[in-house]
Design a protein around this ligand. Structure first.
Ligand code: SAM
Ligand code: SF4
Length: 322
């Protein structure tokens, strides 16, 4: 198992398959995706080499993210290759859900286990304002279909200060009868969203206090759990998770590594440029790639420096997949 100097074990790989996105989320790509002069993204065969290398180092869970992964026509192929890799137990995708009803059957047939869909508001008009697309009903239909196919569904909602109480009320109402886990993510500051962050950041503790007042109970945390704190309530079919990157011990439970769509290893979401792996990835030699990753892991820092306003080279999370 890949372990760093602080004893953190990395069994979870987040692989970005594209940095292109069709949405314009206000905190991420408010002006939409702008092409860069970056190298083209990894092919499906190169993505499979990355997964083989990490699996040989103990990775058990693979998440495909972006940008928007559903914009890749070969995503089902990448899911299938991931799922067929010895050692990989679960394959997940994070998506904005835009294409979900059209693609979910293929993804499930390819072996998808878990789906995280981003919905920041259950109000159709506000959803359109946040994302630039009036497609909330379609996203919700896609979620229903995924659940019917047996895919575990989580919904990601970024906490945004203005209107947070109202949105929480709408989400709670939805969770009464919808057996999904809703994960509130604290807005993170990136290179591009400085002013937006200043006026919209809301601490997750505000939400947690309301949940505790209303009878939600914190679930015990598994030893290998990631950084989310999960709550349940006997009157609700859904659960709520909180991801609070600004809390002090957030990085202690870090169990994940990231590879960008250009084949760079990011030891932290907020590290500097990323460590280029592409020269090895392109050879298809997963053993050599595993040796390279093992040699680089010692460079992982104890914690991000977000509290000190240092965001590394991360301009927005579409570059890396969050
Ligand atoms: N496009 C896909 C989506 O939105 O689900 C996958 C990529 S997106 C970067 C992954 C997650 O990061 C989404 O849930 C999104 O809401 C979240 N995210 C993006 N920018 C963020 C920020 N500045 N702070 C917190 N979460 C952010
Ligand atoms: Fe695209 Fe996801 Fe960023 Fe929204 S959060 S702009 S859907 S990458």
């Amino acid at each position: 198992m890949l372990t760093d100097n602080l004893g953190r074990r990395f069994y979870y790989l987040r692989l970005s398959v594209t940095d292109v996105c069709n949405f314009r989320c206000s905190y991420c790509l408010p002006d939409g995706y702008r092409p860069t002069d970056e190298a083209p993204h990894l092919t499906a065969a190169e993505a499979a080499t990355v997964v083989r290398a990490f699996a040989s180092l103990g990775t058990q869970k693979l998440r495909l993210t972006g940008g928007e992964p559903s914009l890749r026509a070969d995503l089902a192929e990448i899911i299938a290759a991931g799922k067929a890799t010895p050692g990989i137990r679960r394959v997940a995708v994070t998506s904005n859900g835009y294409k979900l009803p059209r693609v979910i059957d293929d993804w499930r047939a390819a072996g998808l286990d878990q789906l995280n869909i981003s919905i920041d508001s259950l109000d159709r008009h506000e959803f359109a304002e946040f994302t630039g697309h009036d497609c909330l009903p379609r996203v919700l239909d896609g979620i229903e279909r995924a659940r019917a196919l047996g895919v575990e569904v989580k919904v990601n909602a970024v906490l945004l200060a203005d209107g947070a109480e109202r949105r929480l009320g709408e989400f709670l109402h939805w969770l009464e009868d919808t057996p999904v886990t809703l994960r509130f993510i604290e807005l993170m500051r990136t290179g591009d969203n400085r002013d937006y962050f200043a006026s919209n950041h809301l601490r997750g503790t505000t939400i947690e206090q309301r949940l505790l007042r209303e009878g939600w109970q914190l679930l015990p945390r598994a030893a290998d759990a990631g950084p989310a704190r999960e709550y349940r309530h006997p009157d609700y079919r859904g659960r709520i998770g909180l991801i609070t990157p600004y809390s002090e011990d957030f990085c202690d439970s870090c169990n994940r590594l990231r590879v960008s769509a250009q084949g760079r290893l990011h030891l932290c979401l907020f590290a500097e440029q990323g460590l280029d792996l592409y020269d090895v990835i392109r050879t298809g030699d997963s053993d050599a790639l595993a040796r390279r990753v093992r040699a680089l892991i010692g460079g992982k820092a104890a914690s991000h420096q977000l509290q000190a306003q240092q965001v590394g080279a991360t301009r927005n999370l579409a570059m890396l997949g969050g």
